[in-house]
Write a protein that binds this ligand. Sequence first.
Ligand SMILES: [Zn+2]
Ligand SMILES: [Zn+2]
Length: 133
Amino acid sequence: MSSSAKMDNNCAFCDRTKFEERIIAENKAWYLIATLGQIRGGYVLIVPKRHVPCIGAMKEQEIVDIDSAFHAANNAINIEYGIKPIIFEHGIVCQTVQHAHLHLLPAKIRMCGKIYHDFPQRVNLLSGFAQNT
Ligand SMILES: [Zn+2]
Ligand SMILES: [Zn+2]
């Protein structure tokens, strides 16, 4: 299969002219892009070049490619800011941009209190998780 991306003309991440000035790095499979309206320096997005709705819908090789982008960005942020970034994906629910992307936010946030508050019925399931965070 060709590595060329299938474009969605209404998609903000399929048209590189919409974010070209914010591209930090790229290869054949992905972009590393500075976020719009940086709430913190070093806040970046990893965006696959192929239009795919979420990370879970990516092909195995695309996951391998995005993992290499993740490690490169994670290391660079750690060196520059002395902190490992929080990584999250909104996923497909309530997304205005239906194109997979990972957020890497260099910040220390403790999520357990919020999770316990919002999902009290899940506290027992999360007890092991909490010990590791
Ligand atoms: Zn797209
Ligand atoms: Zn997002």
